[in-house]
Ligand binder design. Structure first.
Ligand code: ADP
Length: 636
């Protein structure tokens, strides 16, 4: 007897002792595995004549034997080799079970949960949310056998287990490729009637309820009794196809409710939360296809890592040809999940060919438009949901703007959100532009969570113009890439010319002041050495004494961004810092007085002002101890 891997054993015990009220889902799980196995062989049959089966030959059979108390689910799919049996049924497999395992670890501490009711977040409840697959059979069976023969193999094998003790694998006499799973149902107890899973009508209802969309026929035998004219009767057996076989994405919109789609999503992707949107596409034309796409409400835990595999499931004429076809969507929408089904794709597709398929591009362009307009609609009509989306995938959209040299910026710019300093809330660029008062020429942005507190933003806000707060390292590049929106140029509040209504008169005034204080400004510059590239009288400061701005291409934010990168070639990129002084401020007056009487003191004031400018712009101070010394000098 072989032992189950630890997690598998734990999952199994959970199943065996389950008091979960929806044990019936075991049938859905086994049928879905059977369908997946057929998918795999059907795919091979497209290119491999040795499969010897037509699409119409594939089927799943459900047989109940009341005398033996067994229920059998058999398929003529790909089957499993001895190694696969070992690997797939001895350990928790990938996909859904893995996520389940993680969920399980979360609730593991709560051992008593098994005795709780099913609806209070206990592990049992998790069963309903996740596809836990094969092991769910042990909710209703005391013993399970799996006879299976891998396509192309010579030997078939039987896997047997009566639960957590372990399992055995031995050769068996199964002739055709495929898998046959037999459940030996548990004895009925006071509160549980397992015998119901031997009743044809009950099985039929379950299949209708959970597996109607399975694209292969699910066959069952039904007994029909005819009464004859002479009063006698005879019974004959007829095989029926119980499911309608039309997958949900192929059914007319009028027949499938939003709830149906959401349930399908949750079952298929093992999600507990509804998607934010369901997009249904039925396209005719150059390439005809149907698609059902979902916008998830949260990002998978590995979404922003290399492990995440984007892509839509691709079907051609009802056969699944690819599980994750990334070419069906642009990179910027890689969070979208779903299915594309087209009869127009060449049937003997290989992965390589797919990548170059012109038809795929047509589909992808169409889907890109649909996803875009769906997101826009969500933004306009259900902003709370859109914010959820933005939290999960906003960063992806920003990357999308930066990628491909800005090729997608038109597509994505009106989907971006930024915090508005005025509204103190996320807003889109269109909303910003719509609210621009007369006389505002630019869209202003500043760096920081609360731009309203930045000295540089003050004149803009005072002029009655809103400022967008940038918080992410990449935001600066996003703004540079966009350059403008709706014909309005984007402008940093650090820009030299802010284009405010009083800019011209201010400029003149500032020039005068600069001439007047030329000597003092030069003195400050010399005192600060090469920390700053220039010192000047500010045009924009109102209540703050100083601010730091930059000249040239590199901004403070870029400098910080490049500094955060692991290691870059050559010297670090440095911004050319400009110290801007407010000539109206008391501190400036103090500096001037000191310059007249005590040059040492004036030099220290200059340094303090520089530190002040650094602090208010949120940049790190290079030399905190020098700053501390200056303060202490001032106090004593
Ligand atoms: P999941 O289906 O989530 O991967 P399961 O525990 O249901 O997890 O199944 C584990 C694996 O066993 C499957 O991924 C598949 O490879 C294999 N398997 C299960 N049922 C069958 C079947 N009827 N035919 C072939 N392989 C199967």
């Amino acid at each position: 007897m072989k032992q189950f891997q630890t997690e598998s054993k734990r999952l199994l015990e959970l199943m065996i002792n389950s008091i979960y009220t929806h044990k019936e889902i075991f049938l859905r799980e086994l049928i879905s595995n059977a369908s997946d196995a057929i998918d795999k062989l059907a795919f091979q049959s497209l290119t491999n004549p040795e499969v010897g089966l037509d699409r119409s030959d594939f089927r799943i059979r459900i047989t109940a034997d009341k005398d033996a108390r067994t229920l059998t689910i058999s398929d003529n799919g790909i089957g499993m080799s001895a190694e696969e049996l070992e690997e797939n049924l001895g350990t928790i497999a990938k996909s859904g079970s893995l996520e389940f395992k993680q969920k399980l670890a979360d609730v593991k501490a709560d051992e008593s949960a098994e005795s709780q009711s099913a609806s209070d977040g206990s592990p049992i409840d998790v069963i309903g949310q996740f596809g836990v697959g094969f092991y769910s059979a042990f909710m209703v069976a005391e013993k399970v056998t799996v006879q299976t023969k891998a396509f192309g193999a010579d030997t078939a094998y039987e896997w047997t287990s009566s639960g957590a003790d372990g399992y055995e694998i031995a050769p068996c006499g199964k002739l055709a490729a495929g898998t046959e799973i037999t459940l030996y149902l548990k004895p009925d107890a006071d509160d549980e009637n397992y015998g119901e899973y031997l009743e044809s009508y009950r099985l039929k209802n379950l299949i209708k309820k959970y597996s109607d969309y399975i694209r292969y026929p699910i066959q069952m035998d039904f007994e029909h009794t005819h009464t004859e004219e002479n009063g006698g009767s005879h019974t004959h057996v007829e095989t029926e196809i119980v499911n309608s076989m039309v997958p949900i994405w192929q059914r007319p919109k009028s027949e499938v409710s939003d709830e149906d789609c959401e349930q399908f999503y949750k079952d298929k992707y093992y999600e507990s939360e509804n998607p934010l949107s369901v997009i249904r596409v039925s396209a005719e034309g150059l390439v005809s296809f149907r698609a059902m796409l979902f916008i998830p409400a949260k990002a998978p835990y590995n979404y922003y890592t290399r492990d995440f595999q984007p892509g839509l499931q691709l079907y051609t004429s009802g056969v699944m040809v690819m599980d994750k076809c990334a070419d069906l969507l642009p990179e910027c929408f890689r969070f979208v999940r779903g299915i594309v089904d087209s009869q127009d794709l060449s049937l003997n597709i290989s992965r390589e060919m797919l990548q170059h398929d012109r038809q795929l591009r047509v589909i992808s362009q169409n889907l890109e438009k649909r996803v875009k307009s769906e997101l826009k609609k969500l933004m306009d009509e259900n902003f709370d949901d859109y914010k959820k989306f933005w939290n999960a995938f906003g960063l992806q959209l920003k990357y999308g703007i930066l990628g491909d040299f800005g090729a997608k910026k038109e597509l994505l710019s009106d989907l971006l959100l930024f915090r508005s300093a005025k509204e103190k809330e996320l807003i889109g660029l269109q909303k910003y532009v719509d609210a621009m008062p007369d006389g505002q020429k630019y869209i202003y942005y500043a760096f920081g969570e609360n731009a309203e507190k930045l000295p540089q933003a003050e004149p803009v806000l005072d002029a009655g113009f809103d400022v967008l707060c940038l918080t992410e390292d990449s935001d600066e590049f996003v703004m540079q890439m966009l350059a403008s929106f709706s014909e309005k140029e984007l402008k940093s509040v650090n820009a030299e010319d802010l284009g405010l209504p009083d800019s011209d008169s201010k400029k003149e005034e500032t020039e005068k002041l600069e001439a007047e204080h030329k000597e003092l400004l030069e003195f400050v510059q010399t005192s600060l050495g090469d920390s700053v590239a220039a010192v000047k009288i500010s045009e924009k400061l109102k209540s703050a004494p100083v601010c730091l701005s930059t000249q040239g291409y590199v901004t403070l934010e870029m400098e910080r961004y490049f500094k955060s990168l692991p290691s870059s070639e050559g010297p670090p990129m440095k911004a050319e810092r400009v110290l801007e002084l407010n000539a109206e401020h008391k501190e400036f007056a103090a500096l001037k007085t000191a310059y007249g009487s005590d040059r040492d003191k004036a030099a220290r004031y200059a340094k303090l002002l520089y530190f002040q400018s650094i602090l208010t712009s949120g940049v790190e101070i290079d030399d905190p101890s020098q700053y501390a010394d200056l303060i202490s000098d001032l106090v004593v």
